[in-house]
Ligand binder design. Structure first.
Ligand code: NYM
Length: 178
């Protein structure tokens, strides 16, 4: 075209339990795509660099107590505050490889017992991913990996509930990797 980008970037989301290897696979995928000469960026949620992200980060490291609904909405707001930048990047042809997205938001909150439909509601209107890759791992396996148990949620029983919620959200368009 006339100087503008004809091809939208892809929104690629990686999901899975804590310590399933998402972060490693995200950076491998980013390197691979870079190697192909594609404009690509690694993103992650929560984005702890924003004001909302800092509240979330302190909640995850146990320095603050917040009720489940409030935390849920903060995680969602953290995606909303990045939505416009995300749209611009994609429009300009940059592919985004995103470590966690709405599915983490819904699964982790629903695992606490919040109504799953209530959890989905604030995610409506965020940009839909082109691909969701789910890294399937037994919670017992993840628990053996380094660093497990440092942050809130990194407990075997809870991760089992999260896995169950992911399975409710999973559909045939997801690529499930073992
Ligand atoms: N998490 C992440 C949520 O509970 N809701 C969300 O919307 C998102 C994006 O935050 N245990 C949880 C999952 C993780 C924790 O993520 C921090 P990470 O990928 O360890 O930084």
């Amino acid at each position: 075209g006339n100087g503008h980008v004809d091809k939208r970037g892809a929104l690629i989301v990686l999901e899975g339990l804590d310590r399933c290897g998402k972060t490693t696979q995200c950076s491998r995928l980013v390197s691979f795509l870079e190697g192909k000469g594609l404009p690509v960026e690694a993103w992650r949620f929560p984005d702890r660099s924003t004001n909302i992200g800092k509240i979330i980060s302190s909640y995850l490291t146990d320095n603050s107590q917040l009720d489940d609904q409030t935390v849920h909405l903060l995680f969602s707001a953290n995606r909303w505050e990045k939505r416009w930048l995300m749209e611009n990047k994609l429009r300009n042809g940059t592919t985004l490889v995103v470590d966690r997205y709405s599915y983490s938001g819904v699964s982790f909150s629903a695992a606490k017992g919040l109504d799953i439909e209530w959890c989905k509601a604030p995610e409506q209107g965020l940009i839909a991913p082109d691909i969701v890759v789910y890294l399937d791992i037994f919670p017992e396996e993840a628990a053996k990996r380094g660093g497990y148990g440092i942050e809130r949620y990194e407990q075997l029983e809870f991760q089992g509930k999260v896995a169950h919620c992911y399975k409710i959200l999973c559909n045939s368009s997801w690529k499930v990797l073992f």
